[in-house]
Ligand binder design. Structure first.
Ligand SMILES: *Cc1c(COP(=O)(O)O)cnc(C)c1O
Length: 369
C-alpha cells in the first residue's frame, strides 16, 4: 500500500508532444528528460516519447542510464562535460555535448578518442550563465573547426533568460543576436525551450528543446496548461487518514500558528515534506478532495498535512486527496507556494510511488517503478 502516488498519464504526455509538433512542424524535437524527466521517471517517459528526434539530459550519468537501457536515439548532454575522463564515455556511447568554455575546448583538442563527438557550441546571447560571448567567438571557432575530435560542422545553440515574459524585448533581442552570430556558420541551430515554442515563433529553428510543456504545465506566470491545450501528465495523490472536529479558538499543528475562527472539521492528509511537498507551503494552499478545493491549515509536517474541510464536511478516512494534477493545476499550487511548477515536479522524494496509466491502451494502472 503506497501512500503518496504520482500517477503518470502517458496519453497526456503524447498529446502534449503532438502540441509541440503542431507549434513547430518544421523543427526537429529534442525532448528534455533531465532530472528524472522532471520527476516523471526517465525510462518510461523516454519510451513514451519514442517519436522525439533526440533526447536531452543535464548530466552524463543520466545519458548513460538511457544507453544502458538500449535507447539508441541521439542524446544531448545539456550540462556538457567537465573532465577529460568524460570524453571517452561521450565518444563510446555516441553522446552529444554542449560546449561553452575554453577549458572544454582544450580537453577536446588534447583527447585521443575512438570517434569524434557531436558538439553544440553554446552562444551566450544574454542569459549570462553558460556560453561564449560574441567577442570570443572568432578565435574559438577557428580552433573548434580544426579539432579532429569534433564532428564537423558543429551545431549551435543558445538559451533564453526571459522567454516566459511575453511583454519584454529580451527574447527578441536574443533571437536576433543568435541569428547574427550564427549566420555564416554551417551547423544546425537550436534555440527554443517551452516558452520559446509557445510564444516566440522566430525561435523555432532547426531543433527545439521542449521540457516543461511536455509534462503539461505552463511556463508562463498567470497562465495554465489548458490555455495552451496542454494536459497535466502527473497527478499527485494521497488520502485522508483522519478527520476531527475542531472548535473555534483551537490551534492546529506545530507552533500552533493557525487558530480556527469558527467550528469546523479538519482532515489529515498523508503527505508531507518527506514526500517532497514543500514545508514552506503557506496556509491556504489548495488541495482537492471529493471535487472541491480545501485549504491547508497550520504547518506542513514531514508525513502529514492538515486541511480545513469546512463545517459541513462529510469526507471520510480513506478518501482520495489530489495535491496537484488533474483538477488542480500544478501552476496554481506553485504560485500559492511562491515557486514554479518545475520545482514542485522535480523535488518529489523516493518515497513517492510512480504509476503509469495509458488510457488509449485500456491498460490498468501499470507499475514500472
Ligand atoms: C531545461 C532546458 C530546456 C527545457 O526548458 P523548459 O522550459 O522546461 O522547456 C531547454 N534547454 C536547456 C538548455 C535546458 O537546460
Amino acid at each position: 500500500m503506497n501512500t503518496v502516488t504520482a500517477s503518470i498519464d502517458i496519453d497526456a504526455l503524447q498529446h502534449n508532444f503532438a502540441v509541440v509538433r503542431r507549434h513547430a512542424p518544421h523543427s526537429k524535437i529534442i525532448a528534455v528528460l533531465k532530472a528524472n524527466a522532471y520527476g516523471h521517471g526517465l525510462l518510461p517517459v523516454a519510451h513514451a516519447l519514442a517519436q522525439a528526434d533526440a533526447y536531452a539530459v543535464a548530466r552524463v550519468e543520466e545519458a548513460l542510464v538511457l544507453r544502458a537501457n538500449a535507447i539508441t536515439k541521439p542524446i544531448l548532454v545539456l550540462g556538457g562535460f567537465f573532465s577529460a575522463e568524460a570524453l571517452p564515455l561521450l565518444a563510446k556511447h555516441e553522446l552529444q555535448t554542449t560546449l561553452h568554455t575554453w577549458e572544454q575546448l582544450a580537453l577536446l583538442e588534447q583527447a585521443s578518442l575512438p570517434a569524434p563527438i557531436k558538439v553544440w557550441l553554446k552562444l551566450d546571447t544574454g542569459m549570462n550563465r553558460l556560453g561564449l560571448r560574441a567577442e570570443e567567438l572568432p578565435a574559438f571557432i577557428e580552433r573548434l573547426s580544426h579539432c579532429r575530435n569534433v564532428v564537423q560542422p558543429f551545431h549551435l545553440m543558445t538559451h533564453f533568460s526571459q522567454s516566459d515574459e511575453q511583454d519584454t524585448q529580451a527574447t527578441r533581442l536574443q533571437i536576433e543576436e543568435f541569428n547574427r552570430l550564427s549566420a555564416h556558420l554551417p551547423g544546425e541551430r537550436a534555440m527554443a525551450n517551452s516558452a520559446g515554442i509557445l510564444a516566440w515563433p522566430a525561435s523555432r529553428s532547426d531543433w527545439i528543446r521542449p521540457g516543461l510543456m511536455l509534462y503539461g504545465a505552463s511556463p508562463f506566470a498567470g497562465q495554465l496548461a489548458a490555455d495552451h491545450d496542454l494536459r497535466p501528465v502527473m497527478t499527485l495523490k494521497s488520502q485522508l487518514i483522519a478527520t476531527r472536529a475542531c472548535a473555534q479558538g483551537e490551534a492546529v499543528g506545530y507552533g500552533g500558528h493557525w487558530v480556527a475562527d469558527r467550528n469546523t472539521t479538519l482532515g489529515v492528509v498523508a503527505a508531507g515534506y518527506g514526500d517532497g511537498y514543500p514545508r514552506m507551503a503557506p496556509e491556504g494552499t489548495p488541495m482537492l478532495i471529493n471535487g472541491r478545493q480545501v485549504p491547508i491549515v497550520g504547518r506542513v509536517s514531514m508525513d502529514m498535512i492538515t486541511v480545513d474541510l469546512g463545517p459541513a464536511a462529510r469526507d471520510k478516512v480513506g478518501d482520495e486527496v489530489t495535491l496537484w494534477g488533474e483538477g488542480l493545476p500544478v501552476e496554481q499550487v506553485a504560485e500559492k507556494i511562491g515557486t514554479i511548477p518545475y520545482e514542485l515536479l522535480t523535488r518529489l522524494t523516493s518515497r513517492v510511488h510512480l504509476t503509469y496509466c495509458d488510457k488509449r491502451e485500456q491498460m490498468p494502472m501499470l507499475k514500472l517503478a
